[in-house]
Design a binder for this molecule. Structure first.
Ligand SMILES: C[S@@+](CC[C@H](N)C(=O)[O-])C[C@H]1O[C@@H](n2cnc3c(N)ncnc32)[C@H](O)[C@@H]1O
Ligand SMILES: [Zn+2]
Length: 471
């Protein structure tokens, strides 16, 4: 790509839910424009949160997407489905009316100013003890009062007075890199009180009748999970007027979910209702953006032929890139951004989301293309290369002759990068272009000089008839 487009940040429909490895949408859009035309069928067989498909549909292409991770498919579809904002808001108000008081009752405390009932918004736990409590008092119109934690706070959190409804007790894969120890379950990522609140919230969401509204609340729920968990670390800024020169405990700020399932010794516990309401605000903005972006309802098909014989629409399935149910020579352009070795363990990292929605039963752990240190998973460099190769062969098979295939890849070590390039060539593709993805030309030059590839690259290949076939 001669002109390098600057990556834009994720907001609106791209900012509804976290997913790892999202690629800059405006850059992908340029690739789709360059290598396909209106009406064409664009495939991303590692679609993740769906950026390629969203861009393709925005550009009046038809879209086909696969991902092995069930939540990825759900998020992709959620970014494409229009929703009636009025009904969505109304349902939210009803959920709020029913559940805010119940959830808040789990966080009750006494206001030190007026003696009335107040509600904890945050508790900072340190080595299992409530160190600091933040609460709000509507009576005194105070949004944040800070006091020390006490035994009662501990009791209230550890033995909540309401019993939980259903919640996931799914076992996680032991993996020291992700800080998952032997025997750990998804429930261990939350305080007992958060489990109660979340279980009630989920139960209520399951009873929403309209399927699209229900799905919208399900992703609001999963989107809120990390902030509602024990994975939120405490940011301590150094006190400005510190004279001792030593690190001092400064004001605490709320961090977020960073890497793996690391539960910091000092972590926040945030009122579950607040987490849900804050996430809903983002989802609402996202859905307004979806309605604006796609003025017409997108048709979703469940098999390729129906899409092939219609002018528009999408086929988006929870399936493996290594075994695509599409006839030979039927795709006009492919853009993929596959997993990069052991960089991100997508399915292990999504287990927290998938398990709450009961989607872990749809997780095809065996077919995931990834390098993982998890015990019992047997995901090594070898199996990664083999399966990646299968996925590339499938792409080659379904792509039409004379059409293009782009692959985004980021690798800090040149070897992996070369291997990927060789794999493309080995599959029989002709490499026609290699461009950096979404950064300024300068930074690429600098990277090259240091002999390290620090940015994302896009390899574009063409499917051509080989000599034998030509003859
Ligand atoms: C780098 S991410 C894609 C991110 C995507 N570009 C986005 O916009 O969100 C790679 C994806 O490959 C998926 N994946 C891993 N193995 C797969 C397989 N065998 N078939 C399909 N998808 C797979 C992972 O679940 C993950 O979502
Ligand atoms: Zn008060």
């Amino acid at each position: 790509m001669e002109e390098i487009v600057k990556a834009e940040t994720y907001k609106g429909l791209y900012g509804m839910h976290k997913y790892w490895g999202k690629k800059p949408f405006n850059v992908i859009c340029e690739f789709i424009k360059k290598y396909s035309k209106e009406g064409d069928i664009v495939l991303d067989s590692f679609c993740g949160s769906g950026i390629t498909l969203i861009e393709a549909l925005k550009l009046n292409r038809r879209a086909v997407g696969f991902d092995l991770n069930p939540i990825a498919i759900m998020l992709t579809k959620a970014s494409l489905k229009r929703v009636d904002i009025k009904i969505l808001k109304k349902e939210f108000e009803e959920i709020k009316k029913e559940l805010e008081p119940l959830i808040n009752s789990l966080y009750e405390t006494t206001c030190e100013k007026c003696g009335g009932i107040a509600y904890e918004t945050h508790v900072i736990w340190n080595k299992g003890e409530p160190q600091e409590v933040w609460y709000k008092c509507d009576n005194c119109k105070l949004k944040k009062v800070i006091r020390k934690g006490n035994d009662y706070d501990k009791e209230q959190c550890e033995n909540p007075r309401i019993k939980p409804l259903w919640y996931p007790t799914t076992a996680m894969f032991e993996n020291s890199r992700l800080n998952v120890r032997e025997g750990q379950t998804v429930a261990d990522l939350f305080t007992n009180r958060a489990i109660v609140a979340l279980s009630y919230l989920l139960d209520r969401i399951k009873r929403v009748k309209d399927p699209i509204i229900k799905e919208t609340f399900e992703i609001t729920f999963t989107g809120a999970l990390s902030q509602a968990s024990k994975l939120v670390f405490v940011i301590r800024r150094r006190n400005k007027n510190s004279t001792s020169g030593k690190e001092e405990t400064g004001r605490a700020e709320v961090g977020s979910w960073v890497v793996g399932y690391w539960i910091p010794e000092e972590h926040f516990e945030i009122n579950v209702w607040n987490c849900f309401e804050n996430r809903f605000k983002k989802i609402l903005k996202g859905k307004e953006d979806v309605n604006k972006t796609f003025s017409k309802e997108i048709a979703f098909y469940d098999e390729f032929n129906s899409l092939k014989y219609s002018k528009s629409g999408a086929l988006i399935l929870n399936a493996s890139a290594t075994d695509i149910d599409i006839p030979d020579n039927s795709i006009d352009y492919v853009f993929i951004d596959p997993p990069h070795g052991n960089r991100i363990l997508y399915m292990e990292m999504s287990l927290m989301w998938n398990s709450w929605l009961g989607l872990e039963f749809n997780c095809d752990w065996e077919n995931e293309i990834v390098v993982s240190e998890a015990k019992y998973r047997n995901k090594n460099v070898d199996s990664y290369s083999k399966m990646m190769n299968l996925a590339l062969l499938e792409i080659k098979r379904v792509l039409k002759y004379g059409c293009y295939f782009s692959l985004a890849f980021n690798s800090l070590d040149d070897e992996t990068w070369l291997e990927m390039l060789n794999m493309c060539i080995g599959t029989g593709f002709n490499v026609v272009d290699i461009s950096p993805l979404g950064y300024s030309a300068n930074s690429v030059v600098q990277d090259n000089r240091k002999n390290a590839l620090k940015t994302d690259f896009v390899i574009t290949c063409k499917k051509i008839l080989n000599q034998k076939q030509k003859e």
